[in-house]
Design a protein around this ligand. Structure first.
Ligand code: ADP
Ligand code: 5GP
Length: 189
């Protein structure tokens, strides 16, 4: 790998605003490209194979693990694997762009450990668990059970925040996007 091959890793507890910030970064920075992960869950009706995820059977995913094709992988949800393919990062580097990797907290820590100084790892944090809960309620995507699960997990994941290169507090969205953009451009310069 040459030293121009950098990557940006963004992670956050569910409901912190990661997807919103990642979309803003992709829309406004053509040098960044979304790193499409592989996963073993079923596609949702709105999702396209190769765009949102590479949807793989468990058998195919397991074969890729055995062939060392992943830079990192995790069982993010019970029985469901998600992973960053080395070939996906290379595809983006070959196109002259920088991969933006949007993954869960444990996967992000693993990827940062693997790539070290060529990776910038960013943890997006809601101002408080109360605000996070309200955002999840307003988003209207959760059942009582999944809301509880996400809030419990958020507390645990937040305990790893200090292990990341940068922590961005997503209180005012414009400020958080501006801060993320500034940090990324500085890192890539
Ligand atoms: P994540 O990808 O981290 O689960 P989302 O990007 O889906 O989070 O954001 C969760 C909800 O909070 C969405 O409805 C989003 O529109 C809203 N949101 C994101 N950032 C802010 C913010 N700074 N202020 C208020 N609402 C926000
Ligand atoms: P969803 O199933 O809702 O699309 O995503 C579930 C979670 O998996 C999100 O927290 C997302 O960040 C995480 N995720 C997506 N791709 C990867 C990946 O390649 N590796 C890891 N470790 N997590 C991922």
């Amino acid at each position: 790998m040459d030293d121009t091959q950098k990557l940006i890793i963004i992670t956050a507890p569910s409901g912190s605003g990661k997807t919103t910030i990642v979309q803003h970064l992709l829309d406004n920075n053509p040098q960044l490209a979304f790193s499409v992960s592989a996963c073993t869950r079923m596609p949702r009706p709105s999702e396209t194979d190769g765009v949102d995820y590479y949807f793989l059977s468990l058998e195919k995913f397991t074969r890729k693990i055995a062939n060392h094709e992943f830079a990192e992988f995790e069982m993010v949800y019970e029985g469901k694997y998600y992973g960053t393919l080395k070939s996906e990062l290379q595809r983006i580097w070959d196109s002259g762009r920088t991969p933006l990797v949007d993954i869960d907290v444990q996967g992000a820590l693993r990827l940062k450990k693997h790539y070290g100084e060529v990776a910038l790892s960013i943890f997006v944090k809601a101002p408080s668990l109360e605000v996070l809960k309200q955002r999840l309620l307003d988003r209207g995507t959760e059942t009582d059970v999944s809301l509880r699960e996400r809030l419990d997990k958020a507390g645990y994941e937040t305990s790893f925040a200090e292990n990341f290169d940068r922590i961005i507090i997503n209180d005012d969205l414009r400020t958080a996007c501006a801060e993320a953009t500034k940090e990324i451009l500085l890192f890539l310069s």
